[in-house]
Write a protein that binds this ligand. Structure first.
Ligand code: NAD
Length: 466
């Protein structure tokens, strides 16, 4: 059955795009074409931005509570599609069923519900001296998203922007556009006011660039690679438009001398391999105190063997394919050039589809390409350190700063966590918090998503003196 879609979503309805050009969507596990979506053009972006601009004054004047109620309806319509969401992400990304259900479908529903609830809370206004400080929506938002968590990354932007009172034009990744269509089916059903949320699928250089450079877009909210984030920042700079960026990472998992090594390594391997390693927060560098180093390498190699790789719809599969042939070849290139001791990576994978076996390297040079570049595949690097200071030095020796982990006695691990130059650190396996601020230091990004900090990204601050 073809999953093709032939419309874009503007002003509250499905309408034909300006041209008949299309983009094929591939199933990366089988290399079959699942269907086609429109290849939007700059003209479609103009129409969508105009719709969002027209809708903005009315939407901005609704109360936060009213917007929360609309998000609640959207959540209801989207939740009714949870099975379709998991299946669609399984097909277009190759996410194994379990991850597709729990993370790829479950997380965006949680985030959307969270913003509906946050919007229902009393609005926070602050008094500073004779000033009343109020928060207002930034305006029309261009949202540009990647393929690795294709619905979550969309919802993290859309839910926060709509709650804040902004209107949105979304361009999802051309590799995984189908799940975004499910969000718009839900929006259509939920009866969002026309123009508040618009969809223009297409490629980055055409639709993405047109959105980023559009004179009537007040803010560009982007998730993706650092290189594209840079191009978007340049495009927005001419008109001083606000930009928020969630970019790449090369996160360190630090296993201190007094850590529970077995648990730290097993959780660390699972983190590095989540979503076939296509996770911006993945702990791709495992830093281990010399007293545990040999044991950690053995445990990691053994753990890698417990990740059957293959058909995402097979219940036993823990690793699916990479999203595209280009991504697979890029990852294989990093493996071929690694120059370190490979201790896992020769497990059998299907011939057809873009698969890479779970791979572990030991004795990785912290300055090498493998330890510095974002691989975005199931590849873990293990590095030895001598002291807590040494671990912090290696962890911070990166142009990225998105996430990380530390394992050890509470006080010692907390002290190391505070010294890591990253937007988030999990101590002793602290679990992901969907309302905590999420974002990067250094070249991992600008701004924060999720929870109240994510809402604030889409707000202006006004001081009214009395
Ligand atoms: P990408 O930068 O190639 O693409 C992301 C989006 O930008 C896509 O929709 C693409 O079409 C669009 N785009 C491409 N060129 C553009 C241009 N010139 N102007 C405007 N838009 C353009 O990234 P990707 O390959 O889709 O995703 C993988 C990368 O994203 C990884 O580096 C990963 O670390 C990063 N990422 C970061 C986070 C985070 O939250 N920090 C989350 C997921 C992915």
């Amino acid at each position: 059955m073809s999953l093709s879609r032939d419309k874009i979503y503007l002003d509250g309805s499905w309408v034909p795009p300006s041209s008949g050009e299309t983009i094929p969507v591939e199933n990366p596990a089988t290399e079959e074409i699942l269907g086609h979506v429109p290849a939007g053009a700059a003209e479609d972006v103009d129409r969508a931005v105009a719709a969002a601009r027209r809708a903005f004054p009315g939407w901005a004047q609704t109360s936060m509570a009213e917007r929360g109620a609309v998000l609640g309806k959207l959540h209801e319509s989207l939740a009714a599609r949870a099975g379709d969401i998991a299946r669609t992400v399984g097909l277009e990304l190759g996410a194994p069923l379990k991850v597709a259900k729990s993370v790829q479908a479950g997380l965006p529903l949680l985030v959307l519900r969270g913003y509906a609830d946050l919007a229902a809370e009393p609005v926070r206004e602050e008094t500073i001296g004779n000033s009343l400080v109020v928060h207002e929506p930034v305006g029309v938002v261009g949202a540009i998203t990647p393929w690795n968590y294709p619905l979550h990354q969309v919802v993290a932007k859309v839910a926060a922007a709509l709650a804040a009172g902004c209107t949105v034009v979304l361009k999802p990744s051309e590799l995984t556009p189908l799940v975004a269509y499910l969000l718009f089916d839900a929006a259509d059903e939920a009866g969002l006011p026309p123009g508040v949320l618009n969809l223009v699928p297409g490629t980055g250089p055409v639709v993405g660039a047109a959105l980023a450079g559009h004179p009537d877009v007040d803010m560009v909210s982007f998730t993706g690679s650092t290189a594209t984030g840079r191009a978007i920042t340049h495009a927005a700079a001419d008109r001083i438009a606000r930009v928020s960026l969630e970019l790449g990472g090369k996160s360190a998992n630090v296993i201190l001398e007094d850590a529970d090594v077995t648990r730290a390594v097993k959780v660390g391997v699972a983190n590095a391999f989540l979503n076939s390693g296509q996770t911006c927060t993945a702990w791709t560098r495992m830093l281990v105190h010399r007293s545990h180093y040999r044991a950690a390498v053995e445990i990691a190699a053994a753990a890698a063997a417990t990740y059957p790789t293959g058909d995402p719809f097979d219940e036993g599969t823990r690793l699916g394919p990479l999203v595209s042939a280009a991504q697979r070849d890029r990852v294989r290139g990093f493996i071929a050039r690694a120059g370190a001791r490979q201790v896992a990576g020769d497990a059998a994978v299907p011939d057809r589809g873009h698969f890479v076996a779970p791979t572990v390297f030991a004795d990785v040079d912290p300055a090498s390409e493998l330890a510095q570049e974002e691989v975005f595949g199931p590849v873990l690097s293990i590095i030895e350190f001598d002291s807590d200071d040494h671990a912090v030095e290696i962890a911070n020796n990166s142009r990225y700063g998105l996430a990380g982990g530390v394992w050890g006695s509470e006080d010692r691990a907390m002290a190391v966590a505070r010294r890591m130059r990253t937007g988030a650190v999990d101590v002793n396996g602290g679990s992901f918090n969907p309302v905590a601020p999420f974002g990067g230091y250094k070249q991992s990004g600008l701004g924060r998503e999720l929870g109240p900090y994510g809402l604030a990204e889409f707000q202006q601050t006004k001081a009214i003196q009395r």
